[in-house]
Design a protein around this ligand. Structure first.
Ligand code: C5P
Length: 228
């Protein structure tokens, strides 16, 4: 069986990672969570107090980008991929509100995108048979990937799923607030100058507003089997 690259792009909270994880488990593929990488760089910026003045200064940030060392390690015990930023396990920290607030600024910086794109391509070199989720994967990072999926869902369903998820994790936030945040992120992701979120012409769109995870996976595995 031929091993392929599967690119899953789409809007925030459209269920990309749920599908990517399930696919990687079933096919024994490597999963690359590119959003987690942008979040990690954002955490690094916060730790280095880049945002401390009102006018945060990109010029102070770019020179220290080279100090970032990201490593992904499979954690057998907890069945998860741990993420290490300069030896610190930051798996949970990158999901914080603080990081969410700032990640859209960081992901607009050309030097950051360049660095992470290169890392993603290197990770693919090591092993074919990967599934990558993000915003610019099919269009930019792996334009030749064999299967490209573009995920969308109504703003209401995405907000509701995210709201439930945050509640489960004990966050105090209203549905309206979650929805407002998502609308903001959609605008930022689709309107940035470099590699904005955009459906590529050769991708297959999945609108999961009314589609269960199981149905989405059935659909995707049919597509994969045709490609392999
Ligand atoms: O997918 P996730 O919500 O974790 O991504 C967080 C943020 O990282 C996105 O809102 C986007 O700004 C940025 N991102 C990106 N390009 C990617 C993946 C994520 O700009 N390929």
């Amino acid at each position: 069986n031929q091993k392929i690259i599967i690119a899953i792009d789409g809007y925030s909270s459209s269920g990309k990672s749920t599908l990517a994880k399930a696919i990687s488990k079933k096919l024994k593929y490597k999963y690359i969570d590119s959003g987690a990488m942008y979040r990690s760089v954002t955490l690094f910026a916060i730790q280095n107090k880049i945002f401390n003045s009102d006018l945060w200064n990109i010029q102070n940030f770019i020179p220290i980008l080279k100090e970032i060392n990201l490593k992904f390690k499979w954690n057998k015990k907890y069945n998860q991929t741990d993420i290490f930023l300069n030896k610190e396990n930051i798996l949970y920290k990158i999901r914080s509100e603080q990081v969410e607030d700032k990640v859209n600024f960081i992901s607009q910086i050309p030097e950051v995108r360049e660095k992470l794109t290169l890392m993603q391509r290197n990770m693919a070199e090591e092993k074919k048979g990967i599934v990558v989720d993000g915003r610019d994967i099919g269009n930019y990072v792996f334009p030749k990937s064999e299967l490209k999926i573009f995920m969308k869902g109504s703003i209401e369903i995405r907000s509701y799923r995210r709201y439930k998820d945050l509640k489960k994790r004990g966050k105090k936030i209203s549905y309206e607030e979650v929805k407002k945040n998502l609308i903001y992120r959609d605008i930022m992701d689709t309107s940035r100058n470099i590699s904005p979120l955009k459906k590529s012409i050769d991708s297959i769109e999945i609108d999961n507003t009314f589609l269960s995870v199981e149905k989405q996976l059935n659909l995707i595995f049919k597509l994969i089997n045709k490609k392999k």
